[in-house]
Design a protein around this ligand. Structure first.
Ligand code: PEP
Ligand code: MG
Length: 869
């Protein structure tokens, strides 16, 4: 079996075997770009490693050393040689790129003997010893697991003793001294001698890369990004080229288009006399790529040409790593670049307009979840004018956020978990900060460039980030930063703008986004391809307006209970609930009628002639009553009843299992007056809107929680009767429809019978998931995470539809429903209506529409288009 491929044996289609990096190195080699030779150990080898209890088996070892021989031949250098040593880098390369999550070792092959050979061969003793020092440090960190800061503090100490600022100022003797100190550190920490044998170094490094697939930060990253754990990582072994050979050498990272805005220009950074890790780690602040033009014009021109070749070849924005060794350019990596949602949309639309890709490809290029970012708020401009700017850094990832500052990930997580909005402030971030970054609203760093860890990770998460803000002086241990002469401490509010890089004092109000420019264009293209219609779940005129702005084609679910909670009517609701007689109840309901009618008028007007589905009251009634004695006392006084009598009534209404209790249509059966009032309000509102504004409203009245045919039969009759009465009284006809939610499994099972009475079905997949699994919606949070950790679930079934079980019920109900009523309208209004993978399923099983919260409408439009392409 073949476990190792020389670069010349691969190509870009072999990603799942060679990993992203390996496949692209092979491809670049194939199209003639300057790639240092090397080979890739496959993901299958990684899987095999885990199958063999973390041992690299003989066959793989043999293949590695065979390929090493080929590499020696190609480079004319010899691994471990005292005259002309071959040095290699060992890098991970997963199938789906996981930036900064996995480990890399550079300069492998150095020891006390080969370092002399390197020195003689390159005629550059300083460089040789600097490389050796770096190698020991990386090897110690990545392979032996000794924390990096321990090496850093050795370096800092030597720098202090020698009174130098930069490591480039250290002399050869200083470096020799450091190498000794590093080796002592390894001996002390890892209790082994630093391995001199290059072959042993190589095998240990390969093993470490395999192991890094399962380090905790890689696992967290995969979880956040839904990357399967079984894929494994490939390992790339590549002959070294050196960016640290002096001032005509260097290394950098560049994007073929701007990763934040999408603008068509090369965007990147480089450092002279440095190795790759120096740029990514954000330790030295790099120079913008445009400056390379002045320093090495020929190299720059060649680089520009290569970026064009690569973008045309891959037909996507590329993120390219390069090294210049004594004036010669090498490409070390290319991959489709991570980008903000804004950049993704601009690049896709621009590339389609340039003819590089077609419209369908453009639509497929955008991750629907990611465009949520574009709907993120920005600061209100009036508020911004008044705000006090305290510093400015790099606009590393867009968005606007206000929050309390915390100076380490642990504190940030704690504060966020207790409900605070948090801004994580760090000198620079490292993969250890990942959880804090996930929980924070935004990230602010003092050091590092646009490609630093903080910037790359924040962009990937769609999180606002300002990086490299050198104007603030952070004292992490004291939990404060200084800006100008002011001190900001843990818990103080600041606001940061990821579009401008500006940092402000205090809280600034934000405003919502619009679908304009390329985003609007892309959404129109999406609409050309999708079959599913997209509606929204909204129960206020404001939400309805936002949803329409985002392209909602109607309301799929208007929950009426929220209207009952408003201040001026909750009292009447409570009176209604505790009434002793039907007459009393009707009196209270009469007070509610005008409010409810106004609610519907507002929503109808906001939606114009788009369809609106209104659901009759659903939650158990005790949800509307107070719990605490002091609140019960106040209410008793307000409605003039005895405290004890009221308390007894509330006790009586309490349920052990309210989600399975007296709710939904069961309320309508036992208290028909409530539904009667709601139907009156709907029909009256429709009549009024038609009369006053000439808008023809066709309300869809929806009955919740039906599970028995008689339930819908009885309530439908009540609805028709009530509507008929009003319409004949007013002398006007309203073309309303009556339908039901399918959210009780029994309803799905007898959907053919239910469809006799329902003109439409709307799947309530929240309740349907709850009742199919028998998991309480409100309590399952306590164990679902553990279920995910134990891989019982890949994803919370309340977030992504369980297609196998719950989906089967939906499919069955569709078929049964259509058997009875060919033209029955079918939609879904549970939370899954805004989740892309679930939307793909709903498209395939033939629903007519999905309905989701207003901010998810554009996501659903795009996901529906992708499902159809
Ligand atoms: C549902 O159950 O899926 C639904 C949309 O209704 P609610 O969430 O209000 O119970
Ligand atoms: Mg429900």
């Amino acid at each position: 079996k073949k476990y190792v491929y020389f670069f010349s044996e691969g190509n870009k289609e072999m990603k799942s075997l060679l990993g992203g990096k390996g496949a692209n190195l092979a491809e670049m080699n194939k199209i003639g770009l300057p790639v240092p030779p090397g080979f890739t150990i496959t993901t299958k080898a990684c899987n095999r490693y885990y199958e063999c209890d973390r041992e690299i088996d003989k066959e793989i070892k043999e293949q590695i050393f065979n390929n090493l021989k080929i590499l020696e031949r190609e480079t004319g250098k010899v691994f471990g040689d005292s005259e002309n040593p071959l040095l290699v880098s060992v890098r991970s390369g997963a199938v789906i790129s996981m930036p900064g999550m996995m480990d890399t070792v550079l300069n492998l092959g150095l020891n006390d003997i080969t370092v002399k050979g390197l020195s003689k061969k390159t005629n550059n003793e300083r460089f040789a010893y600097d490389s050796y020092r770096r190698f020991i440090q990386m090897f110690g960190d990545v392979v032996l697991g000794i924390p990096k800061y321990k090496f850093d503090s050795v370096l800092e100490k030597v720098k202090m003793e020698k009174r130098v600022e930069n490591d480039t100022e250290l002399t050869i003797d200083d470096l020799r001294e450091m190498i000794k100190k590093y080796k002592d550190l390894i001996k002390k920490e890892a209790r082994i001698d630093f391995p001199d044998n290059p072959e042993e170094q190589l095998m240990m490094a390969v093993k470490a890369v395999f192991d890094s697939w399962n380090n905790s930060r890689a696992i967290v990253y995969r979880k956040i990004n839904d990357i399967p754990h079984h894929l494994g990582t490939a390992v790339n072994v590549q002959s070294m080229v050196f960016g640290n050979m002096g001032e005509n050498s260097g290394t950098g990272v560049a994007f073929t288009r701007h990763p934040s805005t999408g603008k068509k220009e090369i965007f990147g950074e480089f450092l002279l006399n440095a190795q790759g890790e120096d740029v990514v780690a954000g330790i030295r602040t790099p120079k913008p790529i445009s400056e390379l033009k002045n320093i090495m014009p020929k190299v720059y021109d060649e680089f520009v040409k290569i970026t064009e070749i690569l973008e045309n070849h891959y037909k996507d924005m590329q993120d390219i790593e390069f090294t210049i060794e004594e004036g010669k350019l090498y490409i070390l990596q290319t991959r489709n670049g991570k980008r903000t949602a804004k950049a993704a949309v601009n690049i896709a639309v621009d590339m389609a307009n340039e003819g590089l890709i077609d419209k369908k490809t453009a639509v497929m290029r955008i991750d629907p979840q990611q465009i949520g970012q574009l709907l993120y708020p920005t600061f209100k401009s009036e508020e911004l004018k008044k705000a006090k700017k305290i510093a400015e850094g790099l606009p590393a990832s867009p968005g606007a956020a206000t929050g309390k500052i915390y100076f380490n990930a642990e504190d940030a997580v704690k504060a966020a978990d207790s409900g605070e909005k948090v801004i994580l402030v760090r000198v620079e971030t490292s993969p250890e900060d990942i959880e804090g970054m996930v929980k924070a609203e935004a990230i602010l760093t003092a050091r590092g460039g646009m490609t630093s860890h903080a910037a790359v990770v924040a962009r990937g998460m769609g999180k606002c980030c300002v990086a490299g803000c050198g104007e603030i002086r952070i004292e992490e241990h004291n939990k404060l930063f200084r800006a100008g002469d002011k001190v900001y401490r843990e818990g103080d509010f600041i606001s940061i703008d990821g579009n401008t890089g500006k940092v402000y004092e205090g809280i600034i109000e934000t405003k919502d986004a619009d679908l304009i420019g390329n985003f609007g264009v892309l959404m129109e293209w999406a609409d050309e391809f999708r079959r599913l219609r997209v509606r929204t779940n909204a129960d206020t005129p404001r939400d309805s307006e936002i949803a329409v702005k985002f392209g909602a084609e109607g309301i799929g679910l208007c929950r009426t209970e929220h209207m009952f909670f408003k201040e001026n009517r909750i009292l009447a609701v409570r009176e209604m609930i505790i009434s002793k007689t039907v007459e009393e109840r009707k009196k209270a309901l009469d007070k509610l009628l005008p409010f409810q009618k106004e609610d519907f008028i507002g929503i109808f007007r906001a939606m114009g002639c788009r369809p609106v589905t209104i659901r009759l009251l659903d939650p158990p009634l005790h949800e509307f009553l107070p719990n605490k004695d002091e609140d019960i006392k106040i209410l008793a006084k307000e409605i003039g009843v005895e405290f004890n009598a009221l308390k007894d009534k509330i006790e009586e209404l309490k349920e052990f299992n309210p989600m399975l209790g007296h709710r939904g249509c069961r309320l309508g059966i036992t208290y028909p007056e409530i539904y009667e009032m709601q139907v009156k309000a709907i029909i009256l509102a429709a009549i009024e809107v038609k009369e006053k504004f000439g808008i023809e409203i066709k309300p869809e009245i929806m009955i919740p929680l039906v599970g028995i045919e008689r339930e819908i039969e009885i309530i439908k009759q009540l609805i028709n009767q009530t509507a008929e009465n009003i319409m004949s009284e007013k002398g006007m006809k309203i073309a309303y429809k009556v339908g039901t939610m399918i959210e009780v499994p029994r309803a799905a099972l007898i959907a053919d019978k239910i469809a006799k009475h329902a003109e439409f079905f709307s799947f309530g997949t929240n309740d349907l998931t709850q009742m199919t699994f028998g998991f309480s919606r409100d309590d399952s949070g306590k164990f679902i995470n553990e279920y995910r950790e134990k891989e019982i679930f890949e994803k919370d079934p309340f977030a992504r539809l369980d297609q196998v079980g719950v989906g089967k019920l939906v499919e069955m109900a569709i078929n049964l429903g259509r058997q009875t009523r060919k033209d029955i309208k079918l939609g879904i209004c549970g939370e899954h209506g805004g989740e892309p993978q679930s939307i793909d399923f709903f498209h395939r099983i033939g629903l007519d529409y999905v309905s989701c919260s207003p901010y998810r409408v554009p996501i659903a439009r795009l996901a529906a288009a992708q499902a159809a392409i």
